[in-house]
Design a protein around this ligand. Structure first.
Ligand SMILES: C[S@@+](CC[C@H](N)C(=O)[O-])C[C@H]1O[C@@H](n2cnc3c(N)ncnc32)[C@H](O)[C@@H]1O
Length: 401
């Protein structure tokens, strides 16, 4: 039962905890919820904004239908337990103990769910473990860029590396990783460096690493600035000729059909009554634009309209560009329409070990990059569709005809 049975209880966001520092930037706590709960996450974020000022639970719930009210109440309970929401000013300074340490408790151990999902992704884990074990020698001095829970550093240390530098920008997770290193007797081999890699001085990594291990791939493939950070790390930290895991990243796209006209019309209709106003014009403008979203593509559910095409191959050992534009062509498999394009990656961890989130490969924790056109593109079987893939900090594709 909710602890907010008394709907007159006044609640507010806790100024001590709802912001936290991440890589030097103040961000709203947006990662409280796991990947699966994405839509709830965004709804609850909007609701949270309402709590910048004191409100009663009743005032917060009132605009929502009964089913949603129950969901919001459940979230409020969780947020109250984490002291992200408070019921009195006095509570703002009290943050629950995690049991691990005061420091960790203060950072409200958010986002551990994401790390748990990554650790449970056995496809990912097996590939990295294999590549690390193949690369490490007693002479290895490694850099784990974005160490997160520390697991790749642990594989590297266990495989016999002389030393591992583990860089991580999130203070809560690097603290947890360093505690785990101690608990596993690996702390003598691993040096943890807190901060965004781009802010860490190269002198701090001496002697220079001869192996880079990095898993900073996002659902949007290049969304975690993997290019910029990997290039910067190669230039400033690594010894000449150092190995890199992954050594190469290939990006693929293919076309598919979702039955878009229907769903986009429904999207516009949702704007029919917004707080009592007809907002359909805004909905139409929104729906006239191409959209990018992360979702899981399933060949069983969607109609695949082209073979996947390799649109860009990034060789991390030689790469110097942090922006690119590349033309490519897709060939329609049948008569019909193309509504969207799906992007996925193949990360070549070494010459023999490849990790992919291809919809036709064993599933991983990654979803896919889905790009949807504002209007469907009719196609005939065998027709060539000219496209361009662009990266300038965000990865997207566009039609060229
Ligand atoms: C996808 S997770 C992988 C974590 C861990 N290496 C693993 O394989 O389980 C990426 C981690 O890298 C961190 N990160 C990303 N870019 C970074 C950067 N430039 N400097 C430091 N940490 C970074 C993120 O905060 C996140 O914890």
């Amino acid at each position: 039962m909710s602890q907010f049975q008394d709907l007159n209880t006044r609640i507010k966001l806790n100024p001590e905890t709802y912001f936290k520092y991440d890589g030097g930037e103040k961000i709203l706590l947006k990662n409280i919820y796991s990947e699966e709960g994405l839509s709830i996450k965004y709804d609850i974020m909007l609701i949270l904004y309402e709590l910048i000022h004191w409100k009663t639970v009743n005032e917060l719930l009132e605009p929502w239908p009964p089913d949603d009210q129950q969901k919001i109440l459940a979230h409020l309970d969780m947020l109250y337990d984490s002291r992200i929401v408070i019921t009195s000013e006095a509570e703002s300074a009290t943050v629950p103990e995690s049991g691990l340490s005061e420091n960790l408790g203060k950072s409200i151990h958010i986002n551990v769910e994401n790390h748990h999902a990554m650790l449970r992704d056995y496809v990912r884990m097996a590939a990295y473990r294999r590549a690390i074990e193949r690369a490490v020698t007693p002479q290895t001095i490694a850099l784990d860029l974005g160490c997160g829970s520390g697991i790749l550093s642990f594989f590297t240390a266990k495989a016999g590396a002389q030393k591992v530098y583990a860089i991580e920008r999130r203070s809560d997770i690097i603290y947890l990783a360093s505690e785990l290193a101690k608990a596993n007797g690996l702390d003598a081999q691993i040096e943890f460096l807190e901060g965004a890699s781009s802010h860490i001085k190269e002198e701090r990594l001496s002697p220079k690493p001869n192996l880079l291990v990095a898993e900073i791939l996002g659902n949007g493939i290049l969304e975690e600035n993997v290019l910029e950070f990997t290039l910067d790390a190669r230039r400033r930290f690594l010894a000449p000729g150092a190995k890199m895991i992954p050594a190469q990243l290939d990006i693929y796209f293919f076309a598919f059909d979702t039955g878009l006209i229907q769903s986009r019309k429904e999207e516009v209709d949702e704007f029919k009554d917004l707080y009592g106003f007809d907002f359909r014009l805004l909905g139409q403008v929104l729906c006239s634009k191409a959209t990018t979203r992360m979702d899981r593509y399933s060949p069983m559910v969607h109609k695949t309209m082209s073979q996947p095409v390799l649109v860009k191959s990034l060789d991390f050992m030689t790469l110097n560009e942090t922006a690119f534009a590349n033309r490519f062509e897709l060939v329609a498999l049948e008569d019909g329409q193309i509504t969207s394009f799906c992007g996925y990656f193949k990360a070549h961890l070494d010459e023999e070990t490849m990790l992919t989130n291809s919809p036709w490969a064993p599933p991983t924790h990654w979803t896919h990059l889905i790009y949807t056109l504002p209007a469907p593109r009719p196609v005939k079987k065998g027709e060539t569709v000219s496209m361009e893939v662009l990266y300038d900090g965000a990865l997207r594709v566009q039609l060229m005809d």
